[in-house]
Design a protein around this ligand. Structure first.
Ligand code: F6R
Length: 252
């Protein structure tokens, strides 16, 4: 299968995780400054230092009253007050501290009994908000974006997905020791993500070096969902030197 046209994401290799977080926070703050800002947000370990900086900026006066935001994903069967909940994560790390009212941000409802209705409601809500302006992304070590696991179609929309064993193992730390980790999640699709006006992907640490090289230098393929960002005309990839270690092509 081939996908066209292909674009070259804007790659910035920065020396440290802190430098990556500073740059990402600058770009997100710029996006938030727009009067109709709609932000797509990620969870996980990678964005934590970015949210810390944005909390600081909000404490120093960055206006967020007009912001609307949508989360990429949520585990199925996990209540908002469970420690693994992405709703809980975002409320704690970002939306609560910046004072964003609950009616300005959304996370797919992982407790829904009708995933089809909930995921189609979510797509409609994103569209009704005018679409996502800037979408923040991390990447799983297996190449997933959101919870679009390998094999996900590039035109997929928000839906329920099965998590791979690799992802369940990588994210086991989200859950209390001994608890069976979520087997399914609701996630924006790759097609949903590609509709955002701009993508901001952040990749840090040595454990992501292999997937970053595959994402930027391997073939564009559903086997590595993150390669889909090369189909987007305005994608920025911020990486630290450890994540960049396996890139082989000369960079300008
Ligand atoms: C999180 C998400 C995932 C993570 C990815 C990397 O909302 O959609 O794709 O971005 O699993 O997670 P970390 O940053 O914990 O390595």
């Amino acid at each position: 299968m081939s996908f066209a046209p292909e674009h070259q994401p804007q790659l910035e290799i920065l020396p440290t995780i802190d430098a990556v977080a500073d740059r990402a926070a600058d770009l997100i703050a710029q996006a938030i400054a727009a009067p109709d800002a709609v932000l797509g947000v990620a969870t996980g370990r990678t964005p934590l230092p970015i949210y810390a900086r944005l909390r600081q900026r909000a404490a120093n006066g960055m206006g967020t009253a007009h912001l609307r935001a949508f989360a990429l994903d949520e585990y199925c069967g996990v209540a908002p007050d469970h420690q693994a909940s992405y709703r809980g994560f975002l409320e704690r790390e970002f939306f609560g501290p910046i004072g964003l009212p609950a009616d300005r941000w959304q996370v797919p409802d992982g407790l829904t009994v009708d995933a089809t209705a909930e995921t189609s409601r979510y797509e409609t809500a994103i569209r009704a908000a005018g679409g996502i302006g800037l979408q923040l992304l991390g990447v799983g070590r297996n190449g997933h974006i959101g919870f679009n696991e390998p094999g996900s179609a590039f035109d997929s929309l928000t839906r329920a997905v099965d998590l791979t064993e690799d992802t369940r193992e990588a994210n086991a730390g989200d859950f209390p020791p001994g608890e069976v980790t979520a087997r399914q999640a609701l996630t924006m699709g790759i097609g949903t993500i590609l509709r955002a006006k701009r993508l901001l992907m952040v990749v840090t640490g040595p454990a992501k070096a292999r997937v970053l090289a595959a994402m930027l230098e391997g073939p564009v393929t559903a086997a590595v969902p993150a390669t889909a960002i090369r189909l987007h005309p305005d994608a920025i990839v911020l990486v630290d030197s450890e994540a960049a270690a396996q890139l082989t092509r000369a960079r300008a």
